[in-house]
Design a protein around this ligand. Structure first.
Ligand SMILES: NC(=O)c1ccc[n+]([C@@H]2O[C@H](COP(=O)([O-])OP(=O)(O)OC[C@H]3O[C@@H](n4cnc5c(N)ncnc54)[C@H](O)[C@@H]3O)[C@@H](O)[C@H]2O)c1
Length: 357
């Protein structure tokens, strides 16, 4: 099976995203991203028993150790960054050391942040093991941890040296997590690639059935789209904010449910539909595009509306806390239709309530 390669183009810091089956064992390829002698593998207690041995076979001849986090978003903390830094200290890691993140977005965000902090920034390699991490969190260099005051509030932009997306590891990923990753793929198409959206409509059943060929193509297309946006706007001064389509609604739903009712990708799916409905209400986009979005998400077995457990007023209150807002007004990512997302400032709260009720 062919390996797809997507290049993230950043002057002096460009890197490849390799996508395909069996990449973990293909150490001749990914070892090229490791420059020094020291490697710290950061993983978690669920992923390490499944894949750390396979990775270790490629680390022959290097001085390496591993640090395992407990599983779950609640462990994406500053305290655990400190523990990873201590592990780098124990390893005697020098400036040319490399951190390898083996896991989903939680592991990748935290390990990348630790790599950004150790000696003010060392190399790191992302080996994403969830579909969400393959198509979203491992590409683009956003790293960080949660604080009691909110999600992802502390972090740094720190690009990896390579991203190794071995599609074999998806075999052990629970179906619900897999579907949440599909939502992030749909998001990329919905924001800026109408042809990709139509392709997803044509291949929805194959993707639901985890068919390898279409899956690799979908991952590569989403990564290519994201890589283009990141290359144009690495630190989110403008266009990169579009990647947050559905997030303000989604985050409010995630927070209202204490991060235990819905997964991030599920929040994004519902959030995109709400953003499409709001765009329709504001006269920005046709209803037919909302219907196409809803129908694609349903075919992928993703939720398309809030559970109804949380009052609209509570969700609006949470949306007011979003990082994208500017003094006192809501700033949302809406769309003019499939593939045409737009940043809209000054959205009236009554209109938002109108789609939440
Ligand atoms: N940096 C970014 O740009 C960015 C973008 C999107 C999301 N994120 C972050 O990503 C995180 C969510 O990532 P996620 O959805 O990957 O969640 P996750 O890292 O919690 O992984 C989901 C679950 O799957 C398990 N798992 C991982 N790989 C597995 C495998 N191959 N087989 C079996 N089980 C496996 C994990 O242990 C976990 O229980 C959030 O913290 C979010 O803030 C970051």
């Amino acid at each position: 099976m062919d390996i797809a390669t997507v290049d993230v183009d950043l002057v002096g810091r460009s890197y490849p995203v390799w996508i395909g089956p069996g990449l973990l064992a293909d150490n001749a390829r990914w070892r090229t991203a490791i420059r020094g002698r020291h490697v710290l593998v950061v993983s978690n207690t669920t992923v390490a028993p499944l894949y750390l041995d396979a990775l270790a076979q490629g680390l022959d001849g290097l001085r390496w150790s591993s640090y395992l986090l407990e599983d779950g978003e609640t462990h994406k903390t500053f305290a655990n960054v400190g523990k990873v830094l201590e592990a780098l200290g124990e390893l005697g890691a020098t400036r040319d050391a490399c951190v390898i993140a083996l896991g989903g977005g939680v592991v990748g965000d935290l390990a990348g942040f630790a790599a950004a902090c150790w000696m003010r920034g060392i190399d790191f390699v992302q080996i994403p093991t969830t579909l969400l991490a393959m198509v979203d969190s491992s590409v683009g260099g956003k790293t960080g941890v949660n604080l009691p005051a909110g999600k992802n509030l502390a972090g740094a932009f720190h690009q990896p040296r390579a991203v190794v997306a071995d599609t074999y590891v998806l075999d052990t990923l629970p179906q619900r997590e897999f579907r949440a990753g599909l939502a992030e793929i749909v998001k990329g198409a919905a924001i800026g690639d109408p042809d990709f959206f139509a392709w997803l409509e044509d291949h929805a059943d194959a993707l639901s059935g985890r068919e390898t060929g279409p899956l690799i193509e979908a991952i590569a297309r989403k990564c290519r789209y994201k890589a283009g946006v990141v290359a144009r706007d690495e630190t989110e001064q403008g266009e990169r904010a579009l990647l947050n389509l559905g997030h303000t609604f989604g985050h409010a739903l995630e927070t209202a449910g204490n991060y235990s009712e819905i997964l991030h990708g599920e929040g994004v799916a519902i959030g995109m539909v709400l953003a499409a409905k709001l765009s329709e209400r504001l006269g920005m986009a046709p209803a037919t595009d909302t219907q196409r979005l809803v129908s694609l998400l349903r075919r992928l077995d993703l939720p398309t509306e809030p559970s109804g457990k949380h009052a609209a007023s509570r969700l609006l209150e949470l949306m007011r806390l979003d990082k994208k807002n500017t003094a006192g007004t809501l700033r949302l990512i809406l769309w003019r239709g499939i593939g045409r997302a737009e940043i809209v400032a000054g959205v009236a709260e009554d209109d938002v309530l109108g789609v939440l009720i």
